[in-house]
Design a protein around this ligand. Sequence first.
Ligand SMILES: CC(C)(COP(=O)(O)OP(=O)(O)OC[C@H]1O[C@@H](n2cnc3c(N)ncnc32)[C@H](O)[C@@H]1OP(=O)(O)O)[C@@H](O)C(=O)NCCC(=O)NCCS
Length: 141
Amino acid sequence: MDITDRGFAGFCLDENVEKLFGDISGTSWQSRKKKAIQYDLDHRPDDTLIAEVDGEVAAYACTRLYQGRSVGHVANMAVAPEYQGEGVGKALLNAALKHFKQNGMDYARIETLEQNYKAKKFYPKAGFKEVGKRIYYFREL
Ligand SMILES: CC(C)(COP(=O)(O)OP(=O)(O)OC[C@H]1O[C@@H](n2cnc3c(N)ncnc32)[C@H](O)[C@@H]1OP(=O)(O)O)[C@@H](O)C(=O)NCCC(=O)NCCS
């Protein structure tokens, strides 16, 4: 949860919304993001991977297996800022891809925001091909 708080700052859609519209639901983007991570931990513990460095949790990846389509989805992944740029993310993503293969998946899917300059370099280097861009809109009612 600490990694979520610190790791996603600057790279979260809900944070973008908060910057433009303020506090929209009485909760911060961090608490909503952590709720989503907690949901995956509670419902898909076997599909949640962590990376440890010297016994410390340095990163996590929450994944989903879409059995019918043979697609593994990395729903959320983050490396603690102090461990970024040291190959932890690469090792964790490789572990996630291995987890997909071991569970019968043939493809892997992941999304990122246009503003996420780190992820935009990271995923293509890991063999992912860009297949589309989505624009998120938001307005007050
Ligand atoms: C994106 C993220 C998961 C990458 O993990 P990492 O441990 O920092 O990355 P690695 O050290 O394993 O680097 C892997 C590749 O990513 C790229 N990369 C990593 N940090 C980068 C940066 N600051 N700028 C540009 N490219 C970067 C490099 O191309 C690197 O390839 P190389 O080893 O051939 O140089 C991590 O930075 C992170 O958690 N970011 C914040 C949360 C986030 O954006 N999550 C993903 C949401 S989609």
